[in-house]
Each structure stands twice: as structure tokens, then as C-alpha cells.
Ligand binder design. Structure first.
Ligand SMILES: Nc1ncnc2c1ncn2[C@@H]1O[C@H](COP(=O)(O)OP(=O)(O)OP(=O)(O)O)[C@@H](O)[C@H]1O
Length: 307
């Protein structure tokens, strides 16, 4: 009942194709839906949650179509990206409204339980307008969890959340996954996904670009030409030594701000980052800084869709 299946799903808005023929299966545990802004993540999540009808294809949960299926809504919890619009309510009132909409037998008890789950009991009787971003996310999560759904969908849950709250939220999602729920969250940040997702689905420009465990996705993203900037105690000698490396395609000495640095183009990131410390040590050079210069997710995605 907790397996979401997307079967050749597309969604267009007028002549904008937001999601283009996507098929994927999301099962128990934590899945990261990774993609740059505008990739179609929110549209996909809205279709998975039964809030939006696919223009073509279908989304099923446990074999039953999600769209306009009240039974499926009882199994699904959605944490949307937008803020809760009734910020004058207290956290408790907001969560209880959700419990009542679900017509739960004991809405007060379920509300208390959900607030405990997200660790928001202490602030539960304050207006949401006084909450931090992380607390608002937890209030939304409690609202989505109150009916104890088997599937939890979260749209960019870590956006704007401070590091401590982010860790808290990550631990919470990990626990939900370990409890056997199907947890899917979207993100455009690789490191976020890496930390908690057991499985990753990548979407780019509305298309399904890759799927697999994080190692596989990471390899797909790292086995590509990459550029680094290196600063060291002897850049000229380091540049000469780097030229002898198998994984190095090009080296240039630059001095953009008066201080020198080496720009390196490598064909295999893993090989290069393993080789560099040994090479520098053998040459008696101290590496002071190593910075990837095209690590932005946009460049990774561009590479993925081209390949
Ligand atoms: N209601 C709408 N009407 C018209 N176009 C839309 C609508 N909703 C989304 N789009 C377009 O569909 C594409 C996918 O948008 P979507 O919000 O699903 O992407 P996303 O990956 O969630 O992006 P972001 O991270 O920026 O929210 C974009 O080109 C967007 O402009």
C-alpha cells in the first residue's frame, strides 16, 4: 500500500511542459527527488499527492489511482513548499484542523501525538506567526502526519531552515523512513539529498534523468570533466607535476588577484582527488586550498542531460 508508481506521467500548463513522460516507483524508506529550480519537482509531488491531475499517464498508490481517490488521500501526507496560510492559528489548532478534516476518531489525541513526533509540544500553543522557519516546517509536518499516513511527501522541506533545525528535520525524516514509511522529499541541493536519502530520483527540465542509490548518482555526477582551483606553496612546480597525472587534461597558472593559483581540468574527479595529496607530498609541496569551480548543481545537471 505504500508503493507509489508513476507510469508515463506528463503534465503541461498551456504549452509549458512541466513534467515529460516520467515513470518511477517510490517505495518505503527515504527517497530524494533531486533537480534544479523549475525541473518539475513541485508538479510531480502535487501529482503524487493527488492534488493535481496528470495531463497524461497515471499515478497509483498500492495499485489504485491517486487522483480523486479519497482512500489514497488517507494514506498520503503532504508538506507543501508554501507557508501555512493561517499563521494566526497556534500550531496545535493548525494540526487539529487537519485531524478534523480527516475525521479522525480522537483528533485531540492524534494532534498531541503528531506534535510530539515533531518535537513541537512546547511551542504548540503559540501562534504560528511567531515560529521560526524550522518550526513552521515542523508544524506543517505534524499536520501532514496527524492521520498516520504510510506515504509522506515533502516539497523542499529544508529551504531556509537553519542548520540546527535542518539536522533535527533530517533525523525526523530518517526515523520516518526507518519506521517503514515511504518518504519522498524534493531538493535542489546535492548534499542535502546525500545525507538522508537511501534512494535518489533526478529530474531535469521535466524529464527523469537518473535513478539509483546515492553512490550511483554521485558516480554519474563525478565521472565527468571537472575544473578545480588549487593554491599551494609552489604553484609552478605543482602545475608541472600535475601535467603528469592520468586524470589531468589541462593545467594553467593564473594570478587573478595578484596571488597565483593553478587551474586544473580533470577527467576523473575521484582519481584526481586521491592522487593529489600523494603527488604534493612527494614533491614537497603544501596544498593550501582545493576548490571545485564548476560544482554547481546546474553544471552537473547540464552534463547529465547531455550524456
Ligand atoms: N500553474 C502553472 N502554470 C504555468 N506554468 C507552471 C505552473 N506551475 C509550474 N509551471 C512551470 O512548470 C515548470 C516546472 O515547475 P515546478 O514548480 O514543478 O518545478 P520545481 O522543480 O518544483 O521548481 P522549484 O524548485 O523552482 O519550485 C516550470 O517551468 C514552471 O514555470
Amino acid at each position: 500500500m505504500t508503493q507509489l508508481v508513476l507510469d508515463n506521467v506528463s503534465r503541461w500548463y498551456g504549452n509549458v511542459v512541466a513534467v515529460n513522460d516520467v515513470s518511477m516507483t517510490i517505495g518505503p524508506g527515504v527517497t530524494g527527488l533531486l533537480g534544479p529550480n523549475g525541473a518539475g519537482k513541485s508538479t510531480l509531488i502535487a501529482m503524487m499527492a493527488g492534488f493535481l491531475a496528470p495531463s497524461a499517464g497515471e499515478v497509483t498508490l498500492g495499485g489504485a489511482q491517486v487522483w480523486r481517490n479519497v482512500g489514497a488521500y488517507r494514506e498520503l501526507g503532504l508538506v507543501p513548499e508554501r507557508e501555512v496560510s493561517f499563521a494566526y492559528l497556534t500550531g496545535r489548532q493548525f494540526v487539529q484542523a487537519s485531524a478534523e478534516l480527516h475525521k479522525l476518531g480522537d483528533p485531540r489525541g492524534a494532534t498531541q501525538h503528531a506534535l510530539e513526533e515533531v518535537d513541537l509540544v512546547d511551542a504548540a500553543d503559540r501562534a504560528i506567526s511567531t515560529y521560526s522557519k524550522g518550526m513552521r516546517q515542523r508544524a506543517k509536518l505534524a499536520g501532514a502526519l496527524v492521520h498516520d499516513p504510510g506515504v509522506l511527501l515533502l516539497d523542499e522541506p529544508f529551504n531556509g531552515v537553519d542548520p540546527r533545525q535542518r539536522m533535527h528535520l533530517m533525523a525526523l525524516l530518517t526515523r520516518m523512513g526507518e519506521e517503514g514509511r515511504t518518504v519522498l522529499f524534493s531538493s535542489h541541493i546535492l548534499e542535502e539529498v546525500e545525507q538522508i536519502a537511501r534512494h535518489v530520483e533526478v529530474v531535469v527540465s521535466g524529464r527523469h534523468a537518473a535513478s539509483g542509490d546515492f553512490g550511483a548518482i554521485r558516480r554519474l555526477m563525478t565521472d565527468r570533466p571537472t575544473h578545480y582551483t588549487v593554491r599551494s606553496s609552489d604553484d609552478r612546480r605543482l602545475a608541472a607535476a600535475l601535467m603528469g597525472q592520468r586524470s589531468v587534461r589541462g593545467v594553467s597558472l593564473q594570478s587573478p588577484t595578484g596571488t597565483s593559483e593553478v587551474h586544473v581540468e580533470v577527467t576523473d574527479m575521484g582519481d584526481f582527488t586521491r592522487a593529489l595529496p600523494t603527488l604534493a607530498r612527494d614533491a614537497g609541496i603544501t596544498v593550501r586550498e582545493l576548490t571545485p569551480t564548476d560544482e554547481s548543481l546546474e553544471s552537473v545537471f547540464t552534463y547529465l542531460v547531455q550524456s
